[in-house]
Design a protein around this ligand. Structure first.
Ligand SMILES: *Cc1c(COP(=O)(O)O)cnc(C)c1O
Length: 395
């Protein structure tokens, strides 16, 4: 029996170390990593520059309170502001906290402008925003809400893509629309550019704010620094995390000056958020993600991965029914139970992750090469063949 909470259906594999695209188990087996700790280790494992930054900072200063100025955080925030729509940043320790900050910022903005009634948040079915009491209400997944008492009030959910339903609902009580430009957990569903533009316009027309949850799809993963760039729109508030510090726990809530200005002393806080260790790591991650050619590489590898998925759908039409995603957040809707198939791939030394709607999700480190994509799909093909052989044997 484990002394840990039983909150995860853990697989009986443990890793001793990682290097680039590979993870090495305690048994000594090498695995090709196409999940990156669920979209976190974008620069792969044991990147020497990232590790070096952490080590150098660890020998200088770990933590001070946010009652003091933290130059590392100031500098990182300035850089994020320079590269995005945002004017102001709040650092957190996780994605859920970044979404919580986004929700609080939106509601408080209206409160401070004399509209305390504007608390409603329009969100979408199939979304995932985290596991805190606030973010399970935001996600609206009944399975995640059940047994935890009254959900946080003020959230309504519509089907992604249903602009008409949103248009009918949005009104004088709406604080914000909250959406993932590409739903991760929910089945790797990319929102259309026109839907995102439609939401932006509805917000503008009704004085509501647009909050984007780019915790999983942001930071280069779709082939743009942030996924909303594809639609040519900007949000008012955005939640970021996962890849931001390549696995050192960190998140960020970014906002425009107009929206952030109501978040005055006393409205929000975090003990660890933006501490020198996290900022030192995130600063190097940002250097690398914004280095010339890095995001272009992601776009190119995304196309390559998409071609492979299309080929799988042609070769195994009874197993692969749909191809989804954008860039290196991608997935195939398959007919075999996805959790079993993920286990079979793992037995064949390829790590992937399941998403809802029976989708096999790929979130490789963004440093993935063509050869590694070829290798992954050779394993996937072999695994489908093994499954077919078994099923023929049974018949
Ligand atoms: C993972 C994720 C979160 C939650 O992040 P945590 O760090 O687990 O709190 C929120 N939103 C999206 C889109 C995510 O993928």
């Amino acid at each position: 029996m484990s002394a840990l909470y039983g909150t995860y259906a853990r697989t009986d594999v443990a890793f001793a170390r990682g290097e680039g695209m590979r993870l090495f188990s305690t048994e000594g087996d090498a695995y090709l990593d196409f999940m990156a700790g669920i979209g976190v280790t974008a620069l792969g494992h044991s990147d020497p520059e990232v590790a070096g930054a952490l080590k150098a900072q660890a020998e200088k200063l770990w933590h001070v309170s946010n009652v003091f100025k933290i130059p590392e955080a100031e500098k990182l925030a300035e850089r994020l502001v320079a590269e995005t729509f945002a004017d102001s940043v709040f650092f957190t320790n996780s994605g859920a906290e970044a979404v919580e900050c986004a929700i609080k910022t939106a509601r408080h903005h209206h409160f401070a402008n004399g509209h305390p009634e504007r608390t409603e948040i329009i969100a979408f079915t199939g979304s995932f925003h985290g596991r805190t009491l606030g973010t399970i209400a935001a996600g609206g997944n009944p399975a995640y809400l059940e047994g935890f008492g009254e959900p946080l009030a003020g959230f309504v959910h519509f089907k992604p893509g249903d602009l008409k339903a949103v248009a009918e609902k949005i009104g004088p009580n709406t604080a914000a629309i909250l959406i993932e430009p590409v739903q991760g957990e929910g089945g790797v569903t990319a929102m259309s550019d026109s839907f995102l533009r439609g939401l932006r316009k509805l917000c503008d027309d009704h004085g509501a704010l647009l909050i984007l949850d780019e915790v999983q799809c942001g930071y280069g993963r779709t082939g743009k620094f942030f996924a909303h760039e594809w639609a040519g729109i900007t949000p008012d508030i955005m939640a970021v995390a996962k890849a931001i510090a390549n696995g050192f726990p960190m998140g960020a809530c970014l906002a425009t000056a107009e929206v952030a200005k109501s978040m005055v002393p006393g409205t929000h806080g975090s003990t660890y958020g933006g501490n020198p260790m996290a900022c030192a790591v995130a600063s190097v991650v940002l250097d690398k993600v914004l280095a010339p050619g890095f995001i272009e590489h992601v776009e190119e590898m995304g196309k390559k991965l998409n071609r492979h998925m299309q080929q799988m759908m042609q070769k195994y039409p009874h197993y692969v029914t749909e191809v989804r995603g954008r860039g290196l957040i991608a997935g195939m809707k398959i007919t075999p139970p996805v959790r079993d198939f993920v286990a079979r791939l793992r037995d064949n030394k390829l790590l992937t992750v399941a998403a809802s709607d029976n989708v096999l999700r790929f979130l490789p480190p963004l440093i993935v090469t063509e050869a590694e994509i070829d290798e992954a799909f050779a394993i996937i093909s072999t695994t489908f063949d093994e499954l077919a052989a078994e099923q023929t044997g049974e018949a």
